[in-house]
Structure formats: structure tokens, C-alpha cells
Design a protein around this ligand. Structure first.
Ligand code: GDP
Ligand code: IMO
Ligand code: MG
Length: 427
């Protein structure tokens, strides 16, 4: 029986995770984010209207679902309250339906400021971050100096933590960037105001999740970003600063790794990436532009154009294996409608062995080797059954299954909840 299901992006993010969460949500009791922060941008179409969730689990728009932010999430309270307000039409009053772990680390304005100053500077490797203070907040988390949610309710501890932090950050702002200082008193007051507003949401995620597990509720572990952006397993240093692979779930919530009954991987039928970093199958020609335009490939958080390329099954097979994926969902197959041929990268040409490439994840010098498959003219857009897909689209899916050695259990044929083919329902 499947009670707990993880949902992970297997590329560089933006695989269509939000849409698939929305599709599964009717059968869920709870959804938990366990890493990342408001760098995520998960798009749903609710009653014909586009809604983007950044920090809140995408399942929050289903009113019967209890949502959690586990201890592995870095929380900007400004972003949280803004999102709650912006989405209020769709999510209604979520008090009692959203629980935030008291152990979450907070993103403070100094994290955002340093992230943005670094990205603008010419002396430090530019990652192309979302500028949300994600990496800098995680630096403090592993540096054991974060202001955590629980600290908001201990004013003297909060005050001394902010004092210590600002001594450090203001010195960097001044000496490394010639920038202005952040005022301690103002920041302290803002934190106290946020603390009051946050109170109804703060809770014990470990206990609540245990209770849900004990009563056999259906729980979704909702991933943000993608496996290739994982700080440990991704294309370092061009990654985000959390464990966006399956490894992040246990520590980011407080469950055992054996508590995951089913791992659902999400991959686009092609590949996209936002920000800097290697991308072997990137297309710089008209085909790249075509995919970007047809796929509407614009960042859901920063509005930056996404880089586009063919499906890379070297990397996809790797992330399927790394994450113990039981079933794959291939999204945006409709974007490939009307192409005469479609390329799939199945190997790399490089001086290094494949084992060395995947161990280092240094992909700068690899050349993709492609297999060409026949495209199709009959639209897949909006189709809801595998039998109705044209035979070339079916062959494309079967090819992915063979190469990646995993069943494709779902196919997404459009941005709406119902534009989905289910071959083997995971819940
Ligand atoms: P996420 O970060 O993984 O949730 O993905 P994003 O929301 O950032 O980006 C996915 C984009 O593709 C969004 O604009 C979705 O509305 C859209 N989308 C999702 N699935 C499909 C699909 O099957 N076909 C098409 N055409 N668009 C899709
Ligand atoms: P979702 O959940 C795509 C990328 C940024 C940058 C790198 C580091 O919508 O799939 P960060 O701000 O996290 O320090 O930036 O990671 N990135 C994403 N790319 N989708 C995302 O989230 C991303 N979250 C971060 O573009 O390259
Ligand atoms: Mg996204």
C-alpha cells in the first residue's frame, strides 16, 4: 500500500512538479516541503487561473490538505506573508492548515542583500541565483548560527543572534562591497512583528507527521528544484544550496529514509535550465528558441528566460537511479508536437569515462551523442489516455522507459490538471 510518496524533479528544476502535485492532490491528506525556500516557482492552473507557489506547498490550494514546512526549508517571513496574501483567493484562510517547524532557519534581509551583492560582483563566480538569499541562509544554517523560528519567541536570544549576525554581515557589506549597513534595531522590531503574525502557524512537524503516518494518511513529500541542482549530487557549484534529491527528505522533515513508500520522478520531455552552469544538450539555434517559445519557458520566480535543449537521458538515467525512482512522469510532451524528428541524448563523447563524469558532475567538456526518433503531427496536447497518443509519441515514451530503466506511469500533455495520462496511478 502506498501511503507516503515523494515527488522530485529529476533535471534542473521547472519540470512541472506543481502541476503534478495539483493532479495528485485530490487523493492526499498532507503535503510537506522539506528543502529550498521561495526560490521555487511552481505553477498551477486553478479554475483557469494561473497561480504560482514559491514557499507554500503547491497542494495548499486543496482545502482538505494539511500542509507543512519541514525543518530543512529556509523561510523568508516577508515572502511567506506576501504569498499567503497573494494566494488568498485560491487558498482561503490557511490557519490550522499550515504548520511550520519551529526548527526552520529564517532568511533575513542580510542574506538577500549578500546574495544579490555577490551575484552583481565580478570577482565571485556568478551562479545566476534567484537572489532570494537561499544560499546565504543555508551557509548560516550549516555554520550553526541561523536565527530559527523558535528564536523569534525568545527576544533576548533573538537580539543577540541578530547583533552577532549584523556585526559579521555589515562588515562584509562595508569592506567587500562598499555598501550600506542594516540597522539592528529596525531588524529586531521587524522580526518581533513577524513573530506575532507567525504564531498560529508554528508547530511540531515531526510529531504531526508521525501521527499522520500512524493513522495511514496519504502524505506527499513535495520536492522543489531538481536533482541536478542538489548541492551534493548536482552540477556543483552551479546548484542550489539544499539537498533537492531524495536524500533531503528524511533530514528535512524528521522521518526515516525507509518511510518513503513510492518515489515519483518528474522530467520534461526536453531539458531546461535557469541561471549559469553546464548544460550539454543546450540548443543555441532556432530549435532552442522554438522550444522556449512553445513551452513558455520563462522562470516562474524571476521571469528570466530558461535555456532549452534536448532530453538528456545520460543525466536522467543517473538521477532516476540516484533517487530510487519507482515511476516517472514525463511532462510537456505536447511541446514536441509537430516536430519532424526529436533528438534524445543517449551518450557523451569526452576524454573522461562516464563514471568519472557522473562522479564529478563536471559537464563542461562533454559532447552529447544523440539518437534521433521520429516526431509526430497528430497533437498530443490535452490527451488523457495512452491509447489515444499517436504511435510515434508512444514509441518516444517507451524509448525513455528502456533507456532509463523505469516505467513512465504518467504523461503530462498540457498545463491543466486534467491534461494528464495515467498509466499506473501511484496512490
Ligand atoms: P515546477 O517548478 O516544476 O513546478 O515547474 P514550473 O511551474 O516552474 O514550470 C512548468 C511550466 O510548464 C508551467 O508554466 C506549467 O504551467 C507548464 N506545464 C506543466 N506541465 C505542462 C505540460 O504538460 N504541457 C505544457 N504545455 N505546459 C505544462
Ligand atoms: P523549482 O522548484 C529552476 C536555480 C537558480 C540558480 C541556482 C541557484 O521551480 O523547480 P538559488 O537562488 O537557489 O541559490 O539559485 O538554482 N534554481 C532553480 N532553477 N527551478 C527552480 O525551482 C530553482 N530554484 C533555484 O536559477 O541557477
Ligand atoms: Mg519552477
Amino acid at each position: 500500500m502506498t501511503n507516503t510518496i515523494s515527488l522530485l524533479g529529476l533535471q534542473w528544476g521547472d519540470e512541472g512538479k506543481g502541476k503534478i502535485v495539483d493532479h495528485l492532490a485530490k487523493d492526499l491528506d498532507a503535503a510537506i516541503r522539506y528543502q529550498g525556500g521561495h526560490n521555487a516557482g511552481h505553477t498551477l492552473i486553478v479554475d483557469g487561473k494561473k497561480v504560482v507557489f514559491h514557499l507554500l506547498p503547491s497542494a495548499i490550494c486543496h482545502k482538505a490538505i494539511k500542509c507543512y514546512l519541514g525543518r530543512g526549508v529556509v523561510v523568508s517571513l516577508d515572502a511567506l506573508f506576501e504569498e499567503i496574501e497573494e494566494a488568498s483567493d485560491v487558498i482561503g484562510n490557511i490557519e490550522g492548515r499550515l504548520v511550520i517547524s519551529s526548527a526552520c532557519s529564517l532568511i533575513q534581509p542580510y542574506h538577500i542583500k549578500l546574495d544579490q551583492l555577490r551575484e552583481k560582483s565580478n570577482t565571485i563566480t556568478k551562479i545566476g541565483t534567484t537572489g532570494r538569499g537561499i544560499g546565504t541562509a543555508y551557509e548560516d544554517r550549516v555554520g550553526r548560527r541561523s536565527v530559527r523560528v523558535s528564536d523569534l519567541y525568545n527576544p533576548s536570544k533573538l537580539s543577540s543572534k541578530l547583533e552577532e549576525a549584523l556585526e559579521y554581515y555589515n562588515s562584509i557589506f562595508k569592506h567587500s562591497f562598499g555598501s550600506t549597513a542594516i540597522d539592528k534595531n529596525k531588524l529586531f522590531d521587524e522580526n518581533l512583528i513577524h513573530a506575532e503574525r507567525l504564531k498560529p502557524y508554528v508547530g511540531n512537524v515531526i510529531n504531526e507527521v508521525r501521527d499522520l503516518q500512524d493513522s495511514n494518511k496519504k502524505i506527499l513529500f513535495e520536492g522543489a528544484q531538481g536533482a541536478l541542482l542538489d548541492v551534493s549530487l548536482g552540477t556543483y557549484p552551479f546548484v542550489t544550496s539544499s539537498n533537492s534529491s531524495v536524500g533531503g527528505i528524511a533530514s528535512g522533515i524528521g522521518i526515516s529514509p525507509t518511510d518513503i513508500d513510492y518515489s515519483l520522478g518528474i522530467a520534461k520531455a526536453y531539458t531546461t535550465r535557469v541561471g549559469e552552469g553546464p548544460f550539454p544538450t543546450e540548443l543555441f539555434d532556432d530549435m532552442g528558441k522554438y522550444l522556449a517559445e512553445k513551452g513558455g519557458e520563462v522562470g516562474a520566480t524571476t521571469g528570466r528566460p530558461r535555456r532549452c535543449g534536448w532530453l538528456d537521458t545520460v543525466l536522467l538515467s543517473h538521477t532516476v537511479r540516484l533517487n530510487g525512482i519507482d515511476g516517472l512522469c514525463v511532462t510537456k510532451i505536447d511541446v514536441l508536437d509537430g516536430l519532424e524528428t526529436i533528438k534524445i541524448c543517449t551518450d557523451y563523447s569526452s576524454n573522461l569515462s562516464m563514471e568519472e563524469i557522473l562522479e564529478s558532475m563536471i559537464l563542461e567538456d562533454v559532447e552529447p551523442i544523440y539518437t534521433e526518433v521520429a516526431g509526430w503531427n497528430e497533437p498530443t496536447a490535452g490527451i488523457q489516455s495512452f491509447d489515444q497518443l499517436n504511435s510515434n509519441a508512444q514509441s518516444f515514451i517507451k524509448r525513455i522507459e528502456e533507456i532509463c530503466n523505469v516505467p513512465v506511469i504518467m504523461i503530462s500533455t498540457g498545463p491543466k490538471r486534467e491534461d494528464t495520462i495515467i498509466r499506473d496511478y501511484p496512490l
